[in-house]
Design a protein around this ligand. Structure first.
Ligand SMILES: NC(=O)C1=CN([C@@H]2O[C@H](COP(=O)(O)OP(=O)(O)OC[C@H]3O[C@@H](n4cnc5c(N)ncnc54)[C@H](O)[C@@H]3O)[C@@H](O)[C@H]2O)C=CC1
Ligand SMILES: O=C(O)CCC(=O)C(=O)O
Length: 416
């Protein structure tokens, strides 16, 4: 039978399982099984050659019982509503797992940013914001970077929103450049947070980071930072890739040098001293830690039994299908689920928003130390729940998150 890779249906299944295990009122499932609000917009953008192209943008706001909606915006050719809904739902659970007072949102624009100039990307970003300005706001829904969006895109969007409102609104977007209200540590936060929980898992197993061989799928923001920090801790980065190619070396690569090479050539492909590997070869390489840091549905029933890693730390959202999860659990692999492992990004986004609202800025050490404390606490809570319910880490994280959401619903009078 072919595998279901519809991420919206997958997340609904994850919620149902947690609600049933916790014996909660069915209203909790009814509330969480779909987003509270969705918006789809289309708008014209003038291209550099003078032509007009119409783009489609999406924003899904899942559940705001714990606070305003929050989550990234991606620029990608595959952006569509079911994916945005699922990603917004994962944001709700992620915030609840780490104790960040937000609800989940996500969105994006269907486009190929690699084929667009900076001017076109700026007009695209501003056009999107003009069309969603009434739907978002610093107390309502605060977007952030995701796949193929970056601090510059956040800056244009913040500037456009401020123009629409008629006064500066730094708190509307997070992941901004530091000189216009960005937080120190935000660019590195997703990879850094992922490394903190990976380090805790390695410690729990009584292993030493210096003995770890690591494979990172997706040498972008989250993946390259995770690779660099693990390398700094003594781990060996044996392979990594991007959308063009992968590279492998048994002795390991220096991710700082690889980053320079990728900046110069546009890809990790043909990095000296390595052999090129395909994406499917990369995922099943001999290693201790595998960090999927690209897109959804990468570990599936087709490749799960061939995966050699003992720890999988999901920097990406939704990289593992439920069928793959089962196979990996039975093999004894410890999966650090996305809603825990990549929560460092939204945690520091929360710090950025707090700094913007107070107009008072923190040092990088303050940001990193506070994030570390929250990530380690969340890891420990999930690990404890995993042991007490005898479930895998993903289910443990959902049990914690759904219980916290249900408690807040009860307190707010949404449940009997
Ligand atoms: N940026 C952030 O703060 C956060 C990102 N994430 C998740 O992390 C993942 C990566 O996001 P970012 O690092 O921000 O994006 P990015 O755009 O900086 O990097 C994505 C990387 O994946 C690579 N890639 C794309 N398609 C690929 C394929 N088919 N095979 C192998 N590599 C491929 C790209 O070449 C690029 O190197 C996404 O799932 C995102 O939702 C999660 C939490 C926060
Ligand atoms: O920083 C944020 O607000 C959200 C980041 C994000 O999109 C994610 O965690 O998947």
């Amino acid at each position: 039978m072919s595998e279901n890779t519809n991420v919206y249906q997958i997340v609904q299944q994850q919620i149902k399982e947690a609600v049933d295990m916790l014996g909660l009122d069915y209203t909790v499932f009814e509330m969480l099984k779909q987003p509270q609000n969705v918006l789809e917009v289309s708008f014209p953008v003038k291209m550099d050659d003078g032509s007009i192209k119409v783009f489609r943008g999406i924003r899904s706001q899942h559940c705001d019982v714990l606070g305003p909606f929050k989550g990234g915006l991606r620029f990608h050719p595959t952006v569509e509503m079911d994916e945005a809904k699922a990603l917004s739902m994962w944001m709700t659970f992620k915030c609840a797992v780490v104790g960040v007072p937000y609800g989940g949102a996500k969105g994006g624009i269907e486009c190929n940013p690699k084929e667009m100039s900076q001017g076109e990307l700026e007009r695209l970003s501003r056009g999107f914001i003009k069309n969603v300005a009434n739907f978002i706001g610093p107390e309502k829904d605060i977007p952030a970077p995701d796949v193929y969006t970056n601090p510059q895109v956040m800056a244009w969007m913040m500037d456009e929103f401020s123009k629409v409102r008629g006064y500066n609104n730094f708190g509307i977007m997070t992941g901004k450049p530091i000189n216009i209200g960005g937080s120190k540590g935000r660019s590195e936060a997703t990879g850094r947070g992922c490394v903190y929980v990976t380090r805790e898992a390695v410690k729990e197993l009584g292993w030493n980071m210096k003995d770890m061989k690591v494979v990172v799928q997706g040498f972008g923001n989250a993946g390259s930072i995770a690779a660099k920090l693990l390398y700094d801790m003594g781990a060996t980065i044996v392979a990594t890739n991007d959308s063009v190619s992968g590279v492998y070396s048994e002795e390991g690569v220096n991710p700082y040098e690889l980053e320079k090479y990728k900046k110069e050539t546009g890809s990790v492909k043909n990095y000296p001293g390595t052999e090129n590997v395909t994406n499917s070869e990369l995922l099943t390489l001999e290693c201790d830690i595998l960090i999927p840091a690209a897109l959804e549905n990468q570990l599936t029933q087709a490749n799960a039994s061939d995966i050699k890693a003992k720890i999988i730390a999901e920097a990406a959202n939704g990289p593992t299908t439920p069928e793959a999860d089962k196979i990996l659990f039975e093999k004894g692999v410890i999966t650090l689920p996305d809603i825990l492992a990549n929560a460092g990004g939204v945690t520091v986004s929360y710090f950025e928003w707090v700094q913007n609202l107070q107009n008072f800025y923190w040092t990088e050490d303050e940001v990193n130390n506070r994030m570390e404390e929250m990530m380690v606490d969340a890891f420990k809570s999930c690990y404890k729940t995993r042991e007490s319910y005898d479930v895998h880490m993903r289910t443990a994280a959902y049990l914690l998150a759904v219980q916290r959401l249900a408690d807040a619903m009860k307190t707010r009078g949404w449940l009997n």
